[in-house]
Design a protein around this ligand. Structure first.
Ligand SMILES: [Cu+2]
Length: 288
């Protein structure tokens, strides 16, 4: 913006608005971009928490950030963690001067709407981004609470049993099996892209009392665990299946296979179990 077609600076004053934030800043026609975009749209589900890692790659600019209707919970400045979370209120601002970095946790409102992220430097408000909180979709409802969401027409049940096996033939406690098969024996499990599945995980250890650790690659799953203040839903990719989760009391979790089609594995994350065959291959295809 400061250069003529031949590459010379037409007006040096335009490149150095002084003081920053004064009318001359607008005169310069410079804009603050976020990830290369002017006023990007940031979509967040109601109640979703995101970590924003902000880096001020600006030139001679002093930002005072505010997100309408939301607190900004700052956990680090210049990549150094603060000793506590600094919660900046809705009328306060986070300072982001040239070269500053700031990590903030943002929890989207539970009320759908559009909320502006603004720079409020020197009392002048300019819009930097629009945070859009949409009305809950089926998927976001599922993400928030799959267990209580109710019936989903295409929800399929996947059953998996960890056992010392095989189930038929000679049973020895040095055979580590999934669904009665010691890897690489056994069929591949067929899964369908984008489908939401309910999984029922069972440890059938017979005389043994040790749990197995279900671990699946690529897509995480949602499962209830005992949290510090009661049961809570968490995303993870590995979970213990103790012997209490026997055939009549499976551990239930939900997952959805996204983006990737092709083969990968599920295995027990106890490495000696895994290496002795407690593994299964899955194939995700784009159609049933
Ligand atoms: Cu195991």
């Amino acid at each position: 913006l400061f250069y003529t077609p031949t590459g010379t600076v037409a007006n040096l004053d335009l490149s150095t608005p002084s003081p920053p934030g004064s009318a001359s800043w607008q005169d310069s026609q410079r804009r603050i971009t976020i990830n290369g975009q002017i006023v990007p749209k940031i979509t967040m589900q109601p109640g979703e928490v995101q970590r924003w890692r902000m880096i001020a790659g600006t030139y001679d600019k002093f930002l005072q950030l505010q997100l309408a209707g939301h607190t900004l919970n700052e956990i680090a400045v210049d990549s150094l963690y603060l000793p506590k979370v600094d919660t900046w209120g809705v009328t306060q601002t986070v300072e982001l001067d040239s070269g500053y970095r700031s990590d903030v946790l943002v929890k989207a409102s539970s009320t759908p709407g559009t909320y502006m992220l603004t720079d409020n430097y020197a009392g002048q408000q300019s819009v930097l981004a629009a945070v859009v909180v949409p009305h809950p979709t089926l998927e976001s409802q599922w993400n928030a609470d799959p267990v209580n969401h109710g019936p989903v027409a295409d929800r399929h049940v996947q059953k998996m049993v960890f056992n010392f096996g095989p189930l038929t033939g000679t049973v020895t406690e040095t055979n580590f099996a999934v669904d009665g098969n010691v890897y690489p024996d056994g069929p591949h499990r067929k899964l369908v892209l984008n489908r939401i599945d309910r999984w029922e995980l069972v440890t059938n250890t017979g005389s043994k009392s040790n749990p197995h650790l279900f671990h699946i690659h690529v897509n995480p799953f949602q499962v209830i665990r005992p949290g510090p203040t009661g049961p809570e839903m968490v995303w993870r990719d590995t979970v213990s299946v103790p012997k209490e989760n026997g055939p009549t009391n499976p551990l239930v979790m939900y997952t959805q296979y996204k983006v990737f089609t092709g083969g990968f594995v599920i295995h027990c994350h106890l490495v000696d179990h895994e290496d002795n065959g407690m593994m299964q291959e899955v194939d995700v295809s784009s159609s049933p």
